[in-house]
Design a protein around this ligand. Structure first.
Ligand code: NAP
Length: 265
């Protein structure tokens, strides 16, 4: 087969959780441009529909559907509706993240921790659990978990400088957990021809986002990164399409680090 055809996703049905968010919108766009029918899912269905409409205008096939990863019955109903409408889910991208804004360990309380974990840990597991039976039945499926460089390392606190920004302990805990969940799922479902991989992206600065020269965090981040920049709008696209497509057909249980070299020092 021609190598470029290996990257095509024509006739595949993909679900992207948090599919209209910062990275999510580019993941949804990339899958749609590669030929997949994309179901863009989160609580804010209006934003998902706005992106779906834009993709449809560009000739792609996309739809929006409400999904709250904190609601188990809602997760089951989301999967049932998707299967009823499309007949199958070929690709599941677990991208959504709940950012509860925990500051540091000594201010972290059980309620905040549990609220984050209900979505990021439990919700991701429950959605995956609901999607997998139909994949197993068809002996075909592809799951990609979006982790982070914080799923392979801890936060480098000096880069936050005097900005007051920081990164909560629950985020690092969850992102490492997602890489572990990836390997568990890959090993268990390999015999059913379901591939499961994860991506550890580095920090993303959207085009037109807070720039650049005056921002202490951005400056320190760039200095700390061998490629000298944060991720841009396109960087996630190739990684996702590669793992979602036949181009990576013998790869499972892998964590693809997409970080401009951040973790290679
Ligand atoms: N941005 C970065 O620099 C960066 C770096 C490394 C890794 N990542 C990873 O990339 C992924 C996307 O991050 P992002 O920065 O693009 O996130 P984001 O813009 O904050 O978007 C988060 C998405 O998750 C959805 N979401 C939150 N709670 C939900 C719930 N209960 N049910 C369903 N959906 C929910 C949100 O939609 P609703 O509010 O509409 O529900 C939103 O679309 C995350 O896994 C993150 O850890 C991001």
């Amino acid at each position: 087969m021609n190598v470029m055809e290996l990257f095509r996703l024509d006739s595949k049905v993909a679900v992207v959780t948090g599919g209209s968010g910062l990275y999510g919108a580019h993941i949804s766009t990339a899958l749609a441009q590669a030929g997949a029918t994309v179901v863009i899912a989160s609580r804010g269905v209006a934003e998902c529909e706005s992106l779906a409409a834009k993709l449809r205008d560009e000739g792609a096939d996309a739809a929006a559907l409400a999904l709250d990863l904190g609601d188990e019955a809602g997760i089951q109903s989301f999967v049932a509706q998707t299967l009823e409408r499309y007949g199958r889910i070929d690709i599941l991208i677990n991208n959504a993240v709940s950012r509860v804004g925990l500051a540091d360990l000594e201010q972290t309380e059980a309620a905040g921790w549990n609220a984050a974990e209900q979505v990021n840990g439990l919700g991701t597991m429950l959605l995956t659990k609901a999607v997998v039976p139909a994949m197993r039945k068809r002996m075909e499926g592809n799951i990609i978990n979006i982790s982070s460089i914080q799923g392979i390392l801890g936060p480098h606190f000096p880069i936050y400088g005097s900005t007051g920004r920081t990164s909560g302990i629950e985020y690092t805990y969850n992102k490492w957990g997602l890489v572990g969940m990836t390997k568990w799922l890959a090993n268990y479902y390999g015999p059913y021809n379901i591939r499961v991989n994860s991506i550890s992206p580095g920090g993303y600065n959207p085009t037109g986002g807070p720039e650049d020269a005056d921002d202490e965090f951005m400056q320190k981040y760039k200095e700390r990164t061998p490629l000298g920049r944060m991720a841009d709008d396109d960087d996630i696209k190739g990684a996702v399409v590669y793992l979602a497509s036949r181009a990576s057909s013998y790869i499972t249980g892998h964590n693809l680090v997409m970080d401009g070299g951040w973790s290679s020092w």
